[in-house]
Design a protein. Sequence first.
Length: 406
Amino acid sequence: MSPVLMEKVPPGKYVADAAVRPRTTEDVAAILAIAYAHDVPVTPRGAGTGNYGQATPFDGGILLDLRALDDITVNDTGTITAGAGARLTSIDTVGRAAGRDVWLFPSTKHSTIGGFLAGGSVGTGTIEHGTTTDGFVVAATVAPMDGSGELRTVTGDALTPYVHTYGVTGIVVEAEIRTDPRRDWTAVYAEFPTYPQTVAVHRRLTGLPVLPRLASADEPALVPTLTASVALDPAAFSLRVIAEAGTVPELEHLVRDGGGRTVAVRTDYAETDRLSGMSYNHPVWFLQRAHPDRTLFHMEIGGTVLWDDPDAVRATYPGDVHLHLELFRHSPGAMLVASYESAAAVESGIARMEAIGLDVHSPHQWYVDRNPELAIATAATTDPKGLLNPGKLSASTAARVNIGVR
Ligand SMILES: Cc1cc2nc3c(=O)[nH]c(=O)nc-3n(C[C@H](O)[C@H](O)[C@H](O)COP(=O)(O)OP(=O)(O)OC[C@H]3O[C@@H](n4cnc5c(N)ncnc54)[C@H](O)[C@@H]3O)c2cc1C
């Protein structure tokens, strides 16, 4: 998705020497022991949907394909234990059949739980549950790259250096994640004539008696390429909400009161998945795919200025700048999309965005940027030779913060 990364890391520039697919968690420990003994780099890989180049094997070596570790168990406590390669789609299906809702999943729902924990952050469920570092993970079984050939169970605060650190501190082979009792989720499409009307409702959605699972909004520029199951007015602002069924009448009332129109209410659970598949990075990705003639870039940003002063946000880059919004617990997040000129021009907008109070996460670099100091300190013992996913840890990124979910 990043024209900057397309220039720096074009497909085929960095390749692994071998792809290895372990069948058991013990296989992973054994592979790492051999790799350690022979100084062979190992880059873990789930479904390969990560979009910052995090899974690029910069030093060749082994690409560790974890998709065969796909066991899923619903525990008596209601948590779910899954192999690193289990897909969120499968985990959710198994969980719902047992009366449970997974706390969080990304818009790339076919991705793996190991890849989501190691490379992802937010998604459907974030309004209530925040990010993958906010209690989503109960425990993880991790294989270190220290020659021990062991597997270790990590819980509580000790999990922090293993979440969103791209596998540089160890390979996650299994994870236990939190769920809620299953709810009856409904997909609601609404539309509004203007941006202020759209966000006036967007910001009130956390007042519903049950928090929505997702609330995405788009400017008209992003609407025609959405993969909606209903016809959307290409001139209108789109609001799409995964709402608990009992809250839908109140939501419809909010929309009507706010000068909008409810376009459709879909009660089939698969329709809520369709809404998830049009959230976070996806609307930008759809736009890029539909306009190969225009090179577009995006930035991941967050802050109430998105609701209060969108023109100030748009003014941070020249030309046409469009916003796709998501709802967090206390503020909105957004994907800003604009025409690409150069890597330097993209970078120069970061200070302008921070100056108006936005949190900014750049999707144009591959360094670990969540808790990098902790990752460096942990990797000193779990990967003393620096063989795990080389090139992703740098002390100089320690100052960069992630998009805030506050
Ligand atoms: C269009 C689009 C939409 C997206 N939407 C979202 C979204 O809503 N929310 C979100 O958080 N992300 C999103 N992403 C990013 C990405 O798709 C998700 O984070 C996804 O969950 C990554 O899982 P994966 O299995 O594809 O991992 P991969 O891409 O294979 O790997 C991701 C990272 O984790 C490492 N890794 C993989 N497996 C393991 C393991 N078992 N142990 C240790 N390290 C491992 C890899 O080396 C890599 O650094 C999006 C990306 C795109 C392109």
